[in-house]
Ligand binder design. Structure first.
Ligand SMILES: CC(C)(COP(=O)(O)OP(=O)(O)OC[C@H]1O[C@@H](n2cnc3c(N)ncnc32)[C@H](O)[C@@H]1OP(=O)(O)O)[C@@H](O)C(=O)NCCC(=O)NCCS
Length: 253
């Protein structure tokens, strides 16, 4: 036994499932083959957990990692009617809403908040303390950096890369303290495939970033930007904005 890893008592079965004592499993939940559920996990009614998923994993630091982590089991809550794909890894301390789909091979680090109805594609990396608002969609292989905020009804295209440390040249050697600040993506925004977003940048409400852009500055609401570095191309037509806002006006009340 390793003294750095808390000891966990699992109940194991013939399908290779290892479920820690005290885990809450709702009614009509499907638990696939070879899944591991660590302590303090709560799985909502009718949720499906596919083969090979790991729920409630703790982060463990090596001697050379820089960000301090707590290797302790906190509550991981998964709402009802959600689908957790094959080989998904959900770290401890996160809250996943209802009717959420998380695609195969996606990892979600500790202390994230995922709203209701969110769709996260295949092989997405969501780092620590991210917030993803309800009904947002994250396409395959996007990388969402720690501390970033995505509001409701946002679309993040395939392979989008986000960043949170502009001082990385010196901070990696401890020459300056890291000033980590993830991007903020306001509601209704669309980020096209392959976009890179630099630290702390705010993508305004209802704006669109064209595929392949590198966003170095805040993007004003309801505008389209494109290119490297991203520049203003045009405004989003008023009638598009009105249609989108009226579709969601009930939610805003
Ligand atoms: C923003 C977007 C919709 C623009 O498409 P569009 O209005 O059809 O643009 P056009 O093809 O009419 O091109 C207009 C001009 O902008 C240029 N352009 C188009 N897309 C561009 C981009 N992503 N970056 C830089 N320039 C671009 C064109 O070359 C053209 O330049 P020109 O007038 O000098 O010839 C498109 O670029 C885009 O990003 N689509 C998103 C695709 C995506 O990621 N979907 C999500 C997952 S499937």
């Amino acid at each position: 036994m390793n003294s750095h890893f808390p000891s966990v008592l699992f109940q194991r079965d013939a399908l290779g499932r290892a479920i820690a004592q005290g885990v809450h499993v709702g009614i009509d939940v499907h638990l696939g083959n070879n899944i591991t559920v660590y302590p303090a996990v709560h799985i909502g009614d009718r949720t499906i957990v596919m083969d090979g998923a790991v729920l409630g994993r703790i982060p463990i630091a090596s001697k050379t990692t820089t960000r301090p982590v707590r290797s302790t089991f906190f509550d991981l809550t998964i709402g009802p009617n959600s689908i957790i794909g094959c080989n998904v890894i959900l770290y401890t301390g996160s809250k996943v809403g209802s009717d959420v789909l998380i695609g195969d091979l996606t990892s979600i680090r500790e202390d994230c908040v995922i709203g209701n109805g969110v769709v996260i594609g295949r092989g997405v990396m969501v780092l620590y303390e991210c917030i993803i608002g309800s009904f947002s969609r994250i396409q395959d292989q996007a990388h969402l950096v720690g501390n970033m905020v995505i509001e409701e009804h946002v679309f993040i295209g395939m392979g989008v890369v986000t960043t949170n440390d502009n001082d990385i040249y010196r901070s990696r050697f401890g020459l300056v303290a890291p000033r980590l600040k993830g991007p903020v993506i306001r509601k209704f925004a669309v980020v096209g495939a392959g976009v890179t977003i630099l630290p702390g940048v705010e993508i305004g409400e209802g704006s669109m970033v064209a595929a392949g852009a590198v966003v170095t500055q805040d993007v004003p609401a309801w505008t389209l930007v494109a290119g490297v570095p991203a520049k203003h191309v045009k405004n989003i037509p008023d009638d598009w904005r009105q249609q989108i806002e009226s579709m969601h006006s009930i939610e805003q009340c």
